[in-house]
Design a protein around this ligand. Sequence first.
Ligand code: ADE
Length: 237
Amino acid sequence: MIITILTAYPEIFPGSLGYSVVGNALKQNKWSLEIINLHDFGYDDRKSIDNEPFGGGPGMVIRPDVIEKALLSISKKKGQNRHLIYMTPSGKTLNQSKMAEFTHLDQLIILCGRFEGVDQRAIEVLRFEEISIGDYVLAGGEIASQVLVEGCIRLLPGVLGQPESLLEESFSKEFLEYPQYTRPQVWKDAQNNDREVPKVLLSGHHEKIKQWRSEKSIQKTNLFRPDLLKKEKKERK
Ligand code: ADE
């Protein structure tokens, strides 16, 4: 999979994408990352990429001609299945199934917004899908794009050491993942309290452990994300 990022801040990359399982997969060429500096396609001697918004208002808007030129600089192999995304808080909210869909593509081209956004004509004419990573506003789309890319790349075959963990994790089903425990079996905290691991996990009784985890999953979902349970009930009807 080729990930191509269009950004005014190329220095932010690879950032988190250079580490851990996703970074290792990058080094092993299981995916590739291409960073395009929008300023290389600036419209004047100062390599500016933005102008004031028509109609007035604060901030600056990235110009459509700059985005088009940057896009045209990306080579396209015949038959390549590629998709364009624009990271913006006013897009469709990203979720696990959306990320899984993206993993079937050969190339994802991701435009990171800054300032007050991007000229709407560029989004429509060049066919960018507008994607948000949540209901909050960041200073730009770069970190948001890293969230999206990390979430997609770890789903690619051969990227995770233990692909079984994909089946257990939150959002692979309707529920949040159950809590996990490791050594020490009894942890003496700084207040001198003995904090024990739930006994059932030490029992070696696989059926009971499965049952306990499933109960914890439901309890946790009820507490943090009751909306997920409501959605699941509706889908079962
Ligand atoms: N740019 C700024 N905020 C964002 C968000 N929440 N999602 C995607 N891109 C963004």
